[in-house]
Design a protein around this ligand. Sequence first.
Ligand code: GLC
Length: 483
Amino acid sequence: MKNILFVASECVPFVKTGGLADVVGTLPKMFNKDEYDCRVIIPNYRCIPDKFRNEFQYVHHFYMDMGERFNSVHVGIMEYEYEGIKFYFVDNLFYFGGDKPYADTRYDIEKFIYFSKAVMAILPVINFRPDIIHCHDWQAGLVPVYLHTLYKDNPFYSGVKTIFTIHNLRFQGIWDIKTIRSLSGLPEYVFTPDKLEYKKDANMLKGGLVYADYITTVSDTYAGEIQSGYFGEGLDGLLRARNQSLCGIVNGIDYDAYNPETDENLAKKYSVRTFKKAKAANKAALQSELGLDRDDNRFVISIISRLTDQKGLDLVRYALDRICDEFTQFVVLGTGDGQYENLFRDYAWRMPGKVSANILFNEGFAHRVYAGSDAVLVPSLFEPCGLTQLIGLRYGTVPVVRETGGLKDTVAPYNEYDGTGIGFSFANYNGEELLATINYAKKVFFENRAEWDRMVARGMKTDYSWAGSALKYQDLYNRVLGW
Ligand code: GLC
């Protein structure tokens, strides 16, 4: 039996701000249980719903050193088994008592220094010695660093390997060296330019990338992109240097949670055989729910996303007047930067019946938007993997994407000459290209509905479940353990 521990800052169904949570909550379920004991550890945020928190079992608590504070920082351990996986929750109300998982940067830095150290300290207490600690994003960046410094002579951790998965290189956990050094208690020699130092500051993600045995990211294309200056976020040199221990493994989606055949949220369930009528029924229901004009003969295109500049919303802003013509309805679902929230609110107010802005997030509602839309728009500036296009495909909703990162790897573009492809895509970060691509999609939708429906069917049949990717992670685990 191989022991694997996932370390992350969020995880469905407990706490989610983005795709990271879906991956961390789903992938552990996909491993062969006879061979892998895969467990997950995240913070015990006060904002995890009570229906879960009330079920958590208290395991133990102790006091830990943290930087200059000796033996005085509380670490509680809670445990909960969910869908066959053991989850641990690090308890500390001072750090995790807020009403959302992240707050201002300085506080988050301290919070996740604490979290990384606590994860290390907890392992002997729960008597779980991982063969591999699989760390996700900057919040877990210091785990490999601690393993190779403060914990390196402790026999309990000897031979433990680490894998670091980058879900988004943009967020790195950067603060001044003095602060990070005194909070973390890490030795001075790690704060050099070949280790944590980054433009005179300390960078927690960089620590993870330097000290992990292996680095992965969430698509092949993104694995290549981050080795270039444009996508490298200042770390492309390091990633090129680690090129031999870096690969991309594309994410899947949870085929049970996202299944139009069994989805209780929908007005009408459907499969690849029944989608034509059922999607029309779901579209009508969605139009009523959102107060849009009830008309089957409109092209409904949706954005379901965190509303940040990563997501290509500047292109949308540029083209939105022309996207929203008399044949089209435009739906937004998500929260994020005020400038984008207000942009969509403004359009919804100016174009009632045509534009619907839902500045919120609600999982069941999201499923209805997927089911009721003809297309889902993902024009990202960069996209490590992207999950919305995969969910769209599963729900027979054609993705319109920009060819970057995982979007490029998962959405084969429609080719009208040989009748292949499952979506529409464009190459450059340019509003006219976005508009032309949407217009091309509309042309096929309105003028050649049979072709459109065949494309929908091809998309629904493409397998983006976790099965294939989980096998790739298993291979990687075995490879790393063989070193
Ligand atoms: C981040 C990335 C997204 C990816 C997700 C899960 O949210 O921005 O592209 O799909 O992580 O890996």
